[in-house]
Design a binder for this molecule. Structure first.
Ligand code: PLP
Length: 458
């Protein structure tokens, strides 16, 4: 048999023309989003002030299995996709493992991550509806960058509320967004009511993702022809990210391979939800039984130590409530270098699958993650994003267990992006100043105390 190539790219012809909606194959559905005012399941029209109509529909659609990817979106995808499926021969050799390690690399675009896959879709639907302006938040900056690219491509104005600490620490991220004409504001800001209120109560605050979301939603609902978009957590985002898993599955089939284990890092759950989608489908339909593993930071452990409860998606409590694994919208994670994994909650779809036992979760500490990142970079020549390195850590650990047991498992993990804007983190790791923080139960309790006190949470 011919040796499996190092990198496999699908042809444009072989690229998926439809996204896959995992909910269509879930026997038990995630609990519905609730209107925070009435505590009733939210309806599509109730979402229209926040999301454009096509996206509001996708958010609540649990039955349509395959959704056509609009031509215009496919055209833009082809500029940077398909992304390669890579066989980590060098890493396997270094680990001396019988395991076969594959990774799907999503960092080959200017945003440096998978986030562009959903940004393009969300900007497209907004444009198609005649919306002229979008608002969003960004923490580490990848989502803001991705959306800036997409808005510039489709000719939409964009306001990005960037968590103030990131705004100050990552001036180059801001500059990239400005290349694509985005209007970037550090959050909390004086430009919104909620921002002014937060600043009044806490003038020195460095901001948080939840707070930036509140500002972006306020701006969207108070500006003309403007909608809000979010880069993770939502069902619509997982739908768009299914392109990652669909491409991976087609590529593996061509190689005559199927993963025994699928591993991804989990912040809000969008890359993981996208990567696992077609494999989870096989599992739900009884066609195969791969293990699915979510990897999260020990400093922000929503799946491994969170509560499965209804919660707000933002600090200002203006968004619909979702039932998910959460640390509470008031949870303030310790400064962590994997900024994209510091969200308090987790995708309701993944939360449900985890709750029902279809998925495992592990948490890892920062220094262990960077050990893996550096080991990987040296062998595979890609400098991984700290977020992505969580998946690398778990993949290496799995491969080392295979070495012990002699099992030649096939491992697939998601390499979500590159780490060029995270050199402060790499510096901290290299000079030995990086700290691991694992919250104690009392610290987590303070977050749980902010969960909404509603009958559904009793
Ligand atoms: C945002 C981000 C993540 C985490 O977000 P998910 O929605 O959980 O996928 C992971 N990796 C990179 C590179 C990111 O930018």
């Amino acid at each position: 048999m011919a040796k499996i190539p190092h990198r496999l790219y699908l042809t444009e012809e072989q690229m998926p023309k439809q996204w896959y909606n995992l909910r269509a194959d879930m026997k038990e559905q995630p609990d519905p989003l609730l209107n925070p005012g009435t505590l009733q399941p939210i309806t599509e029209p109730e979402l229209y002030p926040i999301f454009c109509e096509a996206l509001a529909h996708q958010e609540l659609d649990s039955t349509e299995r395959y959704v056509d990817i609009p031509e215009e979106v496919q055209e833009m995808y082809k500029v940077y996709r398909p992304s390669p499926l890579i066989r980590a021969y060098n890493l396997e050799k270094a680990l001396d493992t019988p395991a076969k390690i594959y990774y799907k690399f999503e960092g080959n675009n200017t945003s440096g991550s998978h986030k562009l896959n959903s940004a393009i879709a969300q900007a497209y639907y907004a444009k198609a509806q005649g919306v002229t302006r979008l608002t969003t938040e960004t923490g580490a900056g990848q989502w803001g960058t991705a959306l800036s690219e997409a808005c510039s491509y489709f000719g939409l104005d964009l306001d990005v509320f960037m968590v103030k600490v990131s705004y100050e620490q990552k001036p180059f991220r801001k500059a990239v967004m400005q290349v694509f004409d985005a209007n970037v504001t550090p959050s909390p800001s004086m430009t919104t009511e909620i921002g002014r209120k937060i600043l009044e109560e806490n003038p020195g605050t460095g901001g948080s993702l939840g707070c930036a979301i509140s500002e972006a939603v306020e701006k969207a609902t108070t500006s003309e022809n403007c909608r809000y978009v979010l880069g993770s957590v939502l069902n619509q985002v997982l739908l768009h990210q299914s392109i990652i898993g669909l491409e991976s599955k087609i590529a593996m089939e061509q190689l005559g391979e199927y993963p025994d284990v699928v591993i991804g890092c989990a912040g809000g759950g969008s890359n993981l939800g996208g990567l696992i989608a077609p494999f989870m489908q096989d599992k739900l339909l009884g066609r195969a039984n791969p293990r699915i593993v979510a990897v999260e930071p020990a400093s922000c452990p929503s799946l491994t130590r969170g509560r499965y409860a209804y919660d707000f998606c933002d600090t200002g409590k203006v968004t619909p409530m979702a039932r998910m694994y959460t640390l509470g919208s008031g949870f303030m994670p310790a400064p962590n270098h994997a900024g994209g994994l510091r969200y308090h909650g987790m995708s309701p779809i993944l939360s449900k699958l985890y709750h029902d036992g279809y998925m495992e979760a592990v948490s890892v500490t920062q220094t262990d993650v960077f050990d893996a990142a550096v080991q990987f970079a040296k062998k595979e020549t890609i400098l991984p994003a700290p977020e992505s390195a969580h998946a690398i850590r778990a993949a290496i650990d799995e491969a080392l267990r295979c070495k012990e047991s002699g099992e030649a498992k096939t491992i697939l993990f998601g390499l979500t992006g590159t780490g060029y804007f995270d050199m402060t983190a790499y510096n901290a790791y290299l000079d030995g100043s990086m700290k691991n923080h694992i919250p104690d139960d009392a610290e987590l309790q303070r977050g749980f105390d902010t969960l909404p006190d509603i009958p559904q949470n009793k």
